[in-house]
Design a protein around this ligand. Structure first.
Ligand code: HEC
Length: 128
């Protein structure tokens, strides 16, 4: 059956249902984009820095931070710390920082904080 004739046969009701369908589809697309932006929009500036400030800077800042690693700036977070390898490697789920998370009492985060840092580094290439 052609949509045109269905609309004609169903009159005003047909148009109303078409409108309902279209607004439903729009709502789904918007919801899907919103869900994705949760992960896709994560950056240092809009996400990671707040976790560092809350859970890391108390130790990893100042003149002599542990392991020579500062978390109170983007440059610090991207730095090497105690060795010659960067602690954050964009896209690398095995980088030092991610391995450190939840490895001991000093580095315990909530599941959502852990997920956010993982998504920032692995899915969003540690974008600033
Ligand atoms: C209570 C103090 C404390 C807090 C809070 C803390 N750390 Fe640490 N961190 C340390 C100490 C001490 C070391 C050195 C010993 C070790 O490697 O465990 C360290 C080492 C590290 C290292 C290894 C650095 C290197 O180059 O060897 C990383 C990465 C790290 N911390 C990241 C973090 C992150 C990210 C947070 C926040 C989620 C955090 N730390 C919170 C005390 C802390």
């Amino acid at each position: 059956m052609k949509t045109g004739s269905w609309l004609k046969r169903n009159g005003k009701k047909g148009y109303r249902w078409t409108l309902y369908l279209m607004s439903g589809a729009t709502a789904l697309v918007v919801a899907a984009c919103y869900g994705m932006s949760d992960t896709m929009g994560l950056t240092y500036s809009n996400s990671a820095q707040y976790i560092f400030a809350d859970k890391c800077d108390s130790c990893h800042s100042g003149a002599t931070p542990p392991a020579g690693y500062s978390t109170d700036s983007f440059a610090g977070v991207m730095g090497n710390g105690s060795d010659t390898e960067a602690n954050v490697i964009a896209g690398d789920p095995n980088c030092t920082l991610l391995q450190k998370l939840n490895s001991d009492a000093n580095h315990t985060l909530t599941t959502s904080e852990t997920d956010e840092l993982y998504d920032w580094i692995v899915s969003n290439n540690a974008r600033q």
